[in-house]
Design a protein around this ligand. Structure first.
Ligand SMILES: Nc1ncnc2c1ncn2[C@@H]1O[C@H](COP(=O)(O)OP(=O)(O)O)[C@@H](O)[C@H]1O
Ligand SMILES: [Mg+2]
Length: 430
């Protein structure tokens, strides 16, 4: 065959396709740039699920007039200067390839006013080439407009999903960045309709606003690891959001591990902070995965932080609704010889007797025995009638478990309902 060297435009279009596969990938890069520029307000607009238009406007520090046309060059970045900076990195971006990639597969317009300047500059880029640069009056910050994604790469365009699938992906992404940047205001408009509007807030409030429910906070430090986990158990659809050093990650094994530890039917927002040199984000083209320097050690610290005895667990319902003195359980009875029904404060608890005793048995085993047996032979079975005394003892023992929330296989040990919910169902209000 005749070997040809592809021209640079074609090569960068192919390379761009690896990082930018969908409108959500564009939004992710633009959001990260806005956050890196210290924006406190970020607006996203799309039309046709981002296939026709994506616009991201921020009030960050802006781009210096001399740099405006350089940012679309390959490897153009202001965030690192040499390889060693990768070890202490705290910004989202660092490769200097996002705008270059986006530019090569769309029609791009960038307007920016640097914070020390009186006016802004606007460039237009087509097929990776800057075709115009003009002055423009605008507030401090940056606006990036991406039109007709993949207009010049039909093969990619064919693989774009339906409009609402793409829109959903973008919304999910903005929510993710909003979770980890609660002090930033986020707005999202799709086809000129407002989809999301989040005022500057604080961590817990932002999380509770996005999920619409109360969360419990586990805050722990173990050696080099710091953890904040907001957890809501017994929901019908589990959902896990994990951030390492403020970066959202979608690492399957890490998420599986966390699900096993906290239970599958849990909503959790988990912030893991490590010294920057302990974690490498440079392993995945989209920076969605990270590699721990000491993986086993990190996971074991993580587990002990999440379920360890002495963990400082702040139950939000304790703070807000249940009087402090009601920390004791009142055992109300046994249901179907299977569930222990108990009340604490304004909550009704349904404990699975078999799962409590399975957990008790599991925690009584040593590390090695545990590894080869998840079995629950000696555990109490469902269908066994218990005396009041036995139930009290079981609940007492449950309180001292290292992980009182899930059985060794990851199923929730109990289910709790607020009495208010029951009263509401009965139409009674106080
Ligand atoms: N919204 C923005 N505000 C300020 N500067 C920006 C913005 N977007 C991009 N830049 C500048 O353009 C450069 C290139 O951006 P990008 O291609 O995403 O690479 P990276 O983020 O990896 O540096 C950034 O390093 C930054 O200096
Ligand atoms: Mg970037």
């Amino acid at each position: 065959m005749f070997v040809k060297i592809l021209p640079p435009e074609v090569r960068s279009r192919i390379a761009a396709g690896e990082v930018i596969e969908s409108p959500a990938d564009v939004v992710k890069e633009l959001l990260e740039n806005a956050l890196d520029a210290n924006a406190t307000k970020i607006e996203v607009e799309t039309s046709k699920g981002g296939k026709r238009l994506i616009l991201v406007r921020d009030n960050g520090i802006g781009i210096h007039p001399e740099d405006v046309d350089k940012v679309v060059l390959e490897g153009a970045t202001s965030k690192i200067e040499s390889e060693k900076d990768l070890l202490t990195l705290t910004s989202y971006g660092f490769r200097g390839e996002a705008l270059h990639s986006i530019a090569s597969v769309s029609r791009l317009r960038i307007s920016s006013r640097f914070f020390q300047e009186k006016e802004g500059y606007e460039i237009e880029v087509e097929g990776g080439k800057v075709v115009s640069k003009v002055k423009r009056g605008m507030p401090v910050g940056t606006e990036v407009e991406v039109r007709d994604l993949f207009f010049n790469v039909p093969a990619r365009r064919k693989f774009l999903r339906r409009e609402d699938t793409e829109r959903r992906k973008i919304l999910q992404l903005i929510r993710e960045y909003a979770l980890v940047n609660p002090e930033v205001e986020f707005l999202f408009f799709s086809n000129a309709r407002e989809v999301l509007s989040l005022k500057p807030s604080e961590e817990r409030k932002r999380i509770e606003e996005l999920f619409g429910g109360k969360f419990e906070l586990i805050r722990e430090e173990r050696e080099f690891l710091k953890l904040r986990a907001y957890v809501r158990r017994n929901v019908s659809h589990g959902e896990f959001h994990v951030f390492i050093n403020s970066k959202p990650v979608s690492m399957r094994t890490l998420k599986e591990f966390l699900k096993k530890t906290l239970g599958y039917r849990t909503q959790a927002v988990i912030f893991i902070d490590l010294p920057p040199f302990m974690v490498d984000f440079n392993v995945h083209p989209k920076k969605k995965e990270a590699k721990f320097l000491k993986e086993r050690k990190t996971l074991s610290l993580l587990r002990s932080a999440l379920v360890g005895r002495g963990a400082e667990i702040e139950f939000s319902y304790l703070e807000q609704e249940v009087p402090k003195y009601e920390t004791e359980f009142k055992i109300l009875g046994q249901l179907n010889d299977t569930l222990i029904l108990a009340q604490r404060g304004d909550y009704l608890y349904f404990f699975d007797q078999h799962l409590i005793s399975e957990r008790l048995y599991y925690e009584s085993l040593g590390e090695t025995q545990r590894a080869d047996s998840l079995a629950c032979r000696s555990a109490l079975k469902a269908g066994e009638r218990l005396t009041q005394r036995q139930m009290e003892e079981l609940i007492e023992a449950w309180k001292n478990l290292k992980n009182p929330h899930v059985c060794p296989h990851g199923r929730p040990i109990y289910y709790m309902v607020h009495l208010k919910e029951i009263y509401e169902k009965l139409g009674r209000s106080f």
